[in-house]
Design a protein around this ligand. Structure first.
Ligand SMILES: NC(=O)c1ccc[n+]([C@@H]2O[C@H](COP(=O)([O-])OP(=O)(O)OC[C@H]3O[C@@H](n4cnc5c(N)ncnc54)[C@H](OP(=O)(O)O)[C@@H]3O)[C@@H](O)[C@H]2O)c1
Length: 332
């Protein structure tokens, strides 16, 4: 199935096996793989290069894209749009937004754009990227794949100390607020961001469905599962997280699966991500998925009033106006 696949966080724990699956099963695709650090010093980008090198006919390129810098996201999306217009790349078949950030071991950080880092990297920059490129999909449409998680559901994750929730004042979501309980509030901030992403996915689908030219593009938010071998457990986490991963989670995976059937490896999640993005069996699907199965997201995420409020606020955070996107109606 020809078409461009844009993949942020392509060198992430699930990104690398997903790229492998795309290259293996969908070799006609043109892969535009974005990473924060494309240098030879980045071990994960080198792993991504190793995977690509196993497919000599691969049509894949690695691009530097720092999602913590909104102006470079806008610039990069504009350059990709131009390259599609000039036939350097074919029209888009899928945009996969895997990159994310959490802060569980230090006070929240703000980006150069003045937004909370977790919210901007995981959500706001993806909004800018998707809406800038939404007019460059194939005429028969395609898939926007967003990443949710069980942390978006109150009581959904063992790490939760404070339940996720959308505050009345949405500005609070973007403000890095310093709390004493860095772990608990950092975890809540991550859960809130995954809730925002899930809400935004429903709003995006509504706007796409109302647009005669874009209604074949469908958005899905996947819970890929809790990944025992992800490097997420080693990045911006307290000292005991990597120990828990090495001595408790990985060796006793089958036991943990009795408690939480969504615990699995990043390799399995990567396969599902590639399939949900491109397999025709899922074409036309919209909404929330756990693995490859349609599922119910949290009650709060299904509140249309909150979805619309977050849609409007996300446009503002992402600095997207009606002139920056092919969506005919950007706000109702
Ligand atoms: N791991 C889990 O158990 C789990 C559970 C549910 C949902 N998910 C979701 O699944 C997705 C992938 O998770 P994962 O575990 O595979 O992630 P991961 O291995 O921790 O990788 C995170 C990715 O985000 C990138 N990133 C961070 N800051 C960035 C920035 N400023 N600009 C661009 N990229 C940036 C990282 O690049 P650098 O390494 O260069 O920083 C890396 O590629 C995420 O959306 C996550 O929320 C994961």
């Amino acid at each position: 199935m020809a078409g461009t696949v844009i993949f942020t966080g392509a060198n992430s724990s699930l990104g690398i096996p997903a790229v492998n699956r795309l290259l293996e099963q969908y070799p006609q695709s043109t892969l535009i793989l974005t990473v924060r650090d494309p240098s030879k010093a980045d071990v994960n980008t080198n792993r991504l290069r190793d995977v690509i090198s196993q497919y000599p006919k691969a049509n894949a390129s690695i691009h530097q894209l720092d999602l913590a810098d909104l102006s470079s996201v806008h610039k990069w999306a504009q350059s990709i749009a131009k390259d599609i217009d000039n036939n350097k790349y074919p029209p888009i078949r899928a945009i996969i937004c895997a990159a994310y950030r959490w802060n569980l071991n230090r006070v929240p950080q703000s980006t150069v754009d003045g937004l909370d880092e977790t919210l901007q990297i995981s959500h706001v920059s993806h909004v800018a990227l998707i809406l800038r490129l939404i007019g460059k999909f194939r005429p028969d449409g395609g898939r926007v794949l967003l990443f949710s998680s069980d942390t978006h559901v109150p009581g959904g994750s063992v790490g939760e100390r404070y339940p996720p929730g959308i505050p009345e004042d949405l500005n609070l979501l973007a403000k890095p607020i310093v709390y004493e309980d860095v772990f608990g509030r950092g975890f809540q901030n991550y859960g809130n961001t995954k809730l925002v992403i899930t809400c935004w996915m429903y709003a995006l689908n509504r706007y796409l469905q109302k647009d005669a030219d874009l209604r074949n593009i469908t958005a899905v938010a996947i819970n890929p599962g809790n990944l025992v071998d992800s490097r997420a457990l080693q990045t911006n986490t307290p000292w005991w997280y990597p120990y828990m991963q090495t001595f408790i989670l990985r060796p006793f995976l089958p036991l943990h699966q009795l408690r939480d059937p969504t615990i699995r490896t990043a390799a399995l999640a990567g396969i599902d991500v590639a399939e949900l993005a491109l397999n025709p069996a899922y074409a036309g699907e919209r909404g929330f998925f756990t693995f490859l199965k349609k599922d119910q997201s949290s009650a709060e995420s299904q509140d249309e009033v909150k979805q619309e409020a977050l849609w409007a606020k996300s446009l503002e955070w992402a600095k997207i106006t009606k002139d920056d996107t092919a969506l005919k109606v950007v706000i109702e």
